[in-house]
Design a protein around this ligand. Structure first.
Ligand code: ARE
Ligand code: CA
Length: 459
């Protein structure tokens, strides 16, 4: 059965999208565990269509459920899970279970297939078709279906990907068998890809077949007025909160003082306890509605805010550097090369300000926002109960001011790396907040400066 509750004490998830298994293993041991991350999301581990490394998106076209992929083989995957667990980091796998590949004939693992026929796994009768299931004679989801037809969104083909007949017990069992195999290798949960395109009833049945209590969070992109809404899925697991990053982009390109009430009262946002938040993911960084590493220090600052704010389970995204939005990660014969921060790979998760904020997040978890102040539209400050306080400056010049912190008198080290902060007997601190930077302090034995690691995020 699926676990509804988000992960425990260390809940920040690094999304190391398109990283190969050897690199994720190394990152868990050397950086994620020591920095206090609680989990890592990894790319789809199943065998897939190969486009020979030219594109990133071939891995979203499953060719079968064996575990040889462009990211490595099964033993490398298993070793990665062990290495991450040894570092105290849980592993969440991207689960592509709505569909199978809609093009091509060969896979990274060496399988041969044609659309609707995946030998030893699925055949034509296991897929949705016009007119029995899908109302469009071309079998495709049309743009207009999102507004009015849950049936077409869930039973027609997303961009031509063979749509599994998830009402069928055989299909449900095959999907559950795949996920249980990952669970047997130690996987702790799943990002469910394209969950919007499978009904909550069908997914709920699959989750009910899973061993243990994996943490499940589902990709249900929010669109106002659409027939399929994220709230329809929060009864069976958590959801990725797509409004969150859209709002952060809007406010960090405008007035961050508006963020005072940011949360589930805002239009389209899901309950905090059901939401996994992200400033960017692999789709949004290639679109136009979200911040991405290409926004430089504003992207980093929005991530600092995300880790400070009391909403949802935060995910910090890192993929590869790109200019062509379809291009795949650095590879050799299609197989992804080891990730090198600063040389083809973005590594915001290693940035000292971000690892400092992971410590902040872990130290203040659950404490309410208090002591809000905002001297202008670029500067905000707030405490998390009496355990931590942060000031954020989105302006292009530094800002000096005196703020109420709600913290006991003392000298604290700024977790984002800009020196010491003195809080007086009245709980006030006079600080200089760097341009597009922050000052963040916590009580409780963490007043020593954070261990510094090389700055690898290019801002
Ligand atoms: C590729 C080619 C296509 C080709 C297809 C099949 O690009 O031209 O037809 O293969 O051969 C990714 C890529 C796709 C790629 C696919 C398979 O983004 O380009 O197609 O892999 O290789 C909707 C879904 C949402 C989905 C987005 C992309 O609801 O689930 O579309 N996101 C996930 C992943 C993607 C991935 C897939 C699903 C497929 O994160 O990376 O696709 O596994 C409104 C709606 C949204 C809708 C959005 C875009 O906002 O509210 O629901 O999202 O529009 O249409
Ligand atoms: Ca479907």
């Amino acid at each position: 059965a699926a676990q509804a509750a988000p992960p425990g004490d260390r809940d920040v998830i690094a999304n190391l999208w398109s990283w190969n298994w050897n690199s994720v293993a190394r990152e868990c041991a050397d950086h994620l565990g020591p920095a206090g991350y609680g989990g890592v999301q990894v790319s789809p581990p199943q065998d897939s269509l190969t486009r020979g490394g030219a594109v990133w998106w071939d891995v979203y076209q499953p060719a079968g459920y064996t575990l040889t992929s462009k990211f490595g083989n099964e033993s490398q995957f298993a070793a990665m899970v062990r290495a991450c667990h040894d570092a105290g980091v849980k592993v969440y796998a991207d689960a592509v279970v709505n569909h199978m590949t809609g093009q091509g004939s060969t896979s990274y693992g060496g399988a041969s297939f044609t659309k609707y026929t995946y030998p030893g796994l699925y055949s034509a009768g296991d897929f949705h078709y016009y007119a029995e299931d899908c109302g469009n004679s071309d079998n495709l989801i049309h743009g207009g279906d999102y507004a009015g037809s849950a049936r077409n969104v869930q039973n027609c083909e997303l961009v031509g990907l063979s749509d599994l007949e998830t009402e069928e017990p055989y299909v449900r069992g095959a999907i559950a068998g795949y996920l249980n195999r990952l669970i047997a290798l130690g996987v702790d949960g799943f990002r469910v890809d394209a969950a919007k395109h499978t009904s909550p009833a069908d997914l709920g049945d699959v989750y009910g077949r899973l061993n243990g209590s994996p943490y499940i969070y589902q990709e249900v992109i929010y669109g106002p007025g659409e027939a399929v809404q994220p709230g329809q899925y929060t009864g069976i697991g958590d959801v990725l909160e797509f409004q969150y990053g859209r709002y952060l982009r809007e406010k960090f390109h405008g007035n961050i003082a508006d963020l005072r009430t940011f949360g589930e009262t805002w239009s389209g946002m899901q309950p905090s306890g059901r939401s996994v938040t992200f400033v960017a993911n692999h789709d949004t960084e290639r679109g136009s509605g979200a911040l991405s590493y290409k926004d430089g220090p504003v992207y980093r600052l929005a991530t600092i805010f995300q880790l400070a704010w009391n909403y949802g389970t935060p995910q910090v995204y890192d993929g590869f550097t790109w200019s062509d939005r379809e291009a795949g990660p650095p590879h050799t014969n299609g197989f992804v090369r080891d990730a090198v921060c600063g040389a083809g790979w973005e590594c915001l998760h290693r940035d000292p300000a971000i690892t400092g904020m992971v410590r902040f997040h872990n130290a203040v978890r659950g404490a309410p926002v208090a002591n809000w102040s905002s001297p202008n539209s670029d500067v905000i400050a707030f405490s998390r109960g009496a355990g931590g306080w942060i000031a954020i400056n989105n302006g292009t010049g530094s800002y000096t001011g005196t703020f109420p912190t709600g913290l006991p008198a003392g000298t604290y080290a700024d977790l984002t790396g800009s020196g010491a902060v003195t809080v007086n007997g009245g709980g006030q601190a006079t600080v200089t907040v760097p341009a597009r930077g922050a000052v963040a302090i916590v009580t409780g034995g963490t007043t020593t400066p954070p261990a510094q690691v090389p700055v690898t995020f290019g801002v």
